[in-house]
Write a protein that binds this ligand. Structure first.
Ligand code: BGC
Length: 437
């Protein structure tokens, strides 16, 4: 549960640290004006940003945020601390060690929803930024549902910088043309299997898959669940309201098992960006992935040959994967950290970052003309479709559920044991319910 005392204690001790810093400042006065200027420069002129954005598309987009920050804060050195690993599989563990050791960066990447709240807000690692929301007028331009997912007990704790659509299904147009497969504006599960059989007969893996980091297995299942069961059942399952032995969940697991018959053989050695690369390079037909994969398409200038639909059956729904950044308790450079947050919420930064990242701005006032046809399609989906949070990216469910979900899906992609898979998800849901009660 939320421990106000813990948060208050850590804030109080931070004030103590600042007091101690001021005392040190008096000491440096003894070095004369040069000494105090140097001390101020060392203390003030850096900004360490922590994320897992290391792929070509991700790093280009991150650089656009740095450039926006630097334009508004010239002279501040930006330190780019990244830990590779899709979905944050490694970064989140490294960050925990740093937080436990009292060494936070100046801001870190997190998904809104359960990841933000369970991992960082409740343990007392984040300062509220409600005052910045007010001074920047963000509640007027960011949809209330998104703001809500960055809020805990009436305080706002992170600024969403981009909204990914998790249920993308990207495909190589030449492969489809060469094999006489017509892809329309949507694709049903049956249409996918028909196309997959055609590609299989031609010796081409229909579904590019790279699961060495665990999250794509979970993500492809949640997309399949959405496509087979629809947004209401999807949400009820992840909220723990429907048990996982539900018939629709079983049908989704069976469909997923069947889809796995069409993946590239080396999937357990590849990461998510390798999988979209297979599609870009004409070595596989489709890739089910969040639209950071479209960021790779853009970074490789491959947009002419890459088409998209929603993951089979999931048209009309939008799986939310929302990246945001925090203001830590005890940020080493608090002023710069606040200015970073202000930059991220700005129209300019969101208009610079999202066209490269594949996501759409969290702000609704961005200039649509700056975005690719894919982005415009996603913007329309965001406005019109059912919005459901991702469990693979820990927005819908707790980080503990997410880990169990990764483990269960990693086993499933090899053993395809539907009963065990559903039983493991049921156990994870029960554990989740216990934790949140
Ligand atoms: C993040 C994306 C990132 C993807 C792959 C997701 O969890 O929200 O920003 O590109 O992981 O690393």
């Amino acid at each position: 549960m939320y421990d106000v005392n813990k948060v208050m204690t850590s804030r109080a001790s931070r004030r103590g640290v600042l007091k101690g810093g001021a005392a040190l400042g008096i000491g440096t006065l003894g070095l004369g004006p040069l000494g105090s200027r140097l001390a101020a420069a060392q203390a003030e002129d850096k900004l360490e940003i922590f994320s897992w954005w290391t792929s070509p598309g991700e790093s280009k987009a991150l650089q656009a945020l740095f450039d926006a920050f630097t334009a508004a804060n010239p002279g501040v050195e930006v330190v780019n601390s990244t830990v590779a690993g899709g979905g944050g599989v490694n970064a989140k563990a490294v960050l925990q060690t740093r937080l436990q050791g009292g060494q936070p960066p100046d801001s870190w990447q997190t998904h809104v929803g359960r990841e933000l709240v369970d991992l960082y807000v409740v343990p007392g690692s984040c300062e509220p930024i409600t005052d910045i929301y007010e001074s920047e007028g963000w509640t007027d331009v960011i949809p209330a549902d998104l703001v809500e997912q960055a809020t805990w007990e009436s305080e706002k704790y992170s600024i969403p910088v981009g909204v990914h659509r998790g249920n993308g299904f990207f495909y190589n147009k030449s492969i489809m043309d060469d094999n006489g497969i017509e892809v329309g504006d949507t694709m049903s599960v049956d249409e996918f299997f028909a196309a997959a059989d055609t590609l299989k007969a031609a010796g081409i893996p229909a579904l590019a898959f790279g699961n060495s980091e665990g999250f794509p297995g979970a993500q492809t299942f949640e997309n399949t669940l959405l496509g087979v069961a629809g947004p209401e059942t999807y949400s009820a399952l992840f909220r723990g309201e429907t048990p996982w032995d539900d018939q629709a969940a079983r049908e989704a697991a069976e469909t997923y098992a069947k889809m796995l018959d069409y993946v590239n053989e080396d999937f357990s050695a590849l990461v998510w960006s390798d999988a979209i690369a297979l599609v870009i390079e004409g070595k596989a037909g489709f890739n089910s992935m969040g639209d950071w994969a479209y960021g790779e398409v853009l970074a490789k200038d491959a947009q002419d040959n890459i088409g998209w639909v929603s993951h089979p059956g999931s048209d009309g729904s939008f799986v939310l994967v929302v990246d945001s950044f925090t203001l830590p308790v005890g940020a080493p450079h608090p002023e710069n950290a606040r200015n970073w947050i202000i930059t991220l919420g700005s129209k300019e930064a969101q208009e610079a970052f999202n066209p490269l990242k594949g996501s759409i701005p969290a702000r609704t006032d961005a200039n649509r003309d700056l975005f690719s046809p894919y982005h415009q399609w996603s913007m329309d989906s965001f406005s019109n479709d059912a919005l459901v949070p991702s469990a693979a990216h820990s927005q819908a469910t707790s980080p503990a559920f997410q880990q169990a979900f990764y483990d269960a899906s990693t086993a499933f992609v090899t053993d395809k044991d539907v009963d065990t898979f559903l039983a493991l998800l049921d156990d994870a849901a029960a554990m989740d319910a216990e934790e949140t009660s």
